[in-house]
Ligand binder design. Structure first.
Ligand SMILES: [Zn+2]
Length: 154
């Protein structure tokens, strides 16, 4: 769906990012049998950094809080509803001229990837244990923020 905030921005680090007002995503985490697990999205091959795993999310719309934007995106991309999730703290990755806000969330019901309705931006979604993150290709922005996010997960 078109938004007037759709567009590319070059941040102060020289990266290209999507979203004229920045972007936000939702980091859904749960306590799994082998420790903390994250609900990550496998980005469609045609998309920016396609083929990598990261948090579902996208460009913020005008007047939208990061929490609202992240919830809107997971509804569009995964079919998750606000009542499925308990929001937690947020973490801002500020690149200068562009920022990505990660909103933490815990599931309020059992969320199984097979039950989710994915739109065209995802090739798949999975719970991935923190200890297994090194074995999959991660979105570079998500990977760069992992150390900071890691401290918020416990
Ligand atoms: Zn950047």
């Amino acid at each position: 769906m078109f938004s007037p905030t759709d567009g590319w921005v070059t941040c102060s680090f020289g990266h290209r990012h999507w979203g004229l007002l920045g972007a936000a995503g939702l980091l859904v985490h749960r306590d799994g049998a082998d420790g903390t697990e994250l609900l990550l999205q496998h980005r469609a091959v045609w998309s920016h950094h396609g083929g990598t795993w990261g948090t579902p999310g996208g460009a913020l719309h005008v007047g939208e809080s990061p929490e609202h934007g992240a919830l809107r995106e997971v509804r569009e991309e995964l079919g998750l509803l606000p009542e499925d999730l308990q929001l937690g703290t947020r973490s801002v990755d500020d690149h200068g001229g562009w920022s990505y806000t990660t909103v933490l969330a815990r599931p309020l019901r059992g969320i199984e990837p097979a039950d989710l309705r994915l739109d065209g931006e995802s090739d798949g979604v999975a719970w991935i244990a923190l200890g297994d993150l090194a074995s999959v290709p991660l979105h570079p922005g998500f990977e760069a923020s992992l150390t900071r996010l890691h401290d918020l997960l416990f």
